[in-house]
Design a protein around this ligand. Structure first.
Ligand SMILES: Cc1cc2nc3c(=O)[nH]c(=O)nc-3n(C[C@H](O)[C@H](O)[C@H](O)COP(=O)(O)O)c2cc1C
Length: 319
């Protein structure tokens, strides 16, 4: 699969997730099979104002390539200028525009999925950004519409293709749905039918090899993006790669999961300030330890830990 002129080895993408897809988690997912990873979304305004926190969220290592930086904003010129600045400063492989975020804080100002209600705005944001950055592919991630009475997959698909974006990811829910109900993979198939010249990446509720197979069969999408299914289970990408290569499913053993837990904590220590390492370790480990016997006991022990050393000693006690 190709996005613009970037070769993608296996069509498996780690979804951008705010508060989750920081550098440590991206490195772990990359190591365990994701072909392309994305930053958390960053505000186009924040980039232009050179807000330090925003710029920090865009930093990445070469090991993470190909990597996409995702931006959101409501003003076509601002989004285009921020994409130009990101390209100049960081040289990512892909710049992705967020037309999917349903959070009122973002949509009230016209950002994220608000563009699903205003396709002319969507067109301007996409085409201004494509015109501002010639050297990396601009892609889009969107939902299927604002609500079920206003599904805009086909119109948006045509507009985005005409605007020159190089791939579209569809999270097959409406904005109103937030994360409720289930993703409707038929809608990904509908978009794939409409948009012929660029890859379509399907997203929503993929948590296993079986889901991957079903989504590919139903929609014929080119790539698959996984978000929540990778939490505490980053090897989901490796599982799907081995299915693609040899139709095999190797089951991960508990000792490997434990070693990934240590690896994740050690990456958090490397990349994050002391202040946040403990909370982020607790957040991620509570997902990993679901696979262990006695998980509720270990979870409680981790949650009541006050230092990173205490957390590591709980991990050491797991057998
Ligand atoms: C905690 C969290 C944060 C998210 N942040 C973003 C984001 O920054 N940008 C984005 O496009 N989507 C974001 N999403 C949506 C995911 O990328 C994805 O579209 C959605 O979770 C559905 O896929 P999944 O079922 O594989 O998780 C977020 C989702 C979650 C759960």
């Amino acid at each position: 699969m190709k996005i613009g002129n970037i070769n993608i080895k296996y069509p498996l993408f780690l979804a951008p997730m705010s508060g989750v897809t920081d550098q440590p988690f991206r490195i772990i997912c990359k190591k365990y099979g994701a072909s392309v990873v994305y930053t958390e979304f960053v505000s186009a305004d924040g980039i232009i104002r050179e807000n330090v926190k925003t710029l920090d969220m865009v930093k990445f290592d070469d090991f993470e390539r190909p990597i996409g930086v995702q931006i959101f904003g409501n003003d076509p010129d601002t989004v285009a200028e921020s994409a130009f600045n990101i390209y100049n400063k960081f040289k990512p492989d892909i710049i992705d525009i967020n037309f999917g975020c349903p959070v009122p804080k973002v949509t009230k100002k016209g950002g994220g999925s608000a563009a699903l209600k205003n396709l002319e705005l969507m067109r301007k944001i996409a085409s201004n950004t494509v015109n501002a950055v010639k050297d990396v592919p601009i892609t889009v991630k969107m939902r299927a519409g604002w609500d079920y009475n206003n599904i805009i997959i086909n119109d948006a698909g045509i507009i985005l293709e005409e605007s020159g974006v190089k791939a579209i990811t569809l999270h097959a829910r409406t904005s109103k749905q937030m994360y409720k109900g289930s993703a409707d993979w038929n809608m990904i198939g509908e978009l794939k039918e409409t948009v012929k010249s660029i890859p379509i990446i399907g997203n929503g509720d993929i948590t296993s090899i079986d889901d991957y197979k079903k989504l590919k069969k139903i929609s014929k999408c080119d790539g698959v993006m996984i978000g929540r299914g990778s939490l505490g289970k980053p090897w989901i990408f490796r599982d799907i790669v081995s299915f693609i290569k040899s139709e095999q499913n190797e089951k991960i053993c508990l000792s490997e999961i434990l070693s990934i837990c240590f690896e994740h904590v050690s990456l958090l220590k490397k990349y994050k300030s002391n202040k946040v390492v403990i909370n982020l370790s607790k957040k991620h480990l509570s997902y990993y330890i679901k696979s262990f016997n006695n998980s509720s006991f270990y979870r409680k022990e981790i949650m009541k830990s006050e230092t990173i050393e205490e957390i590591e000693s709980v991990l050491k006690s797991i057998n």
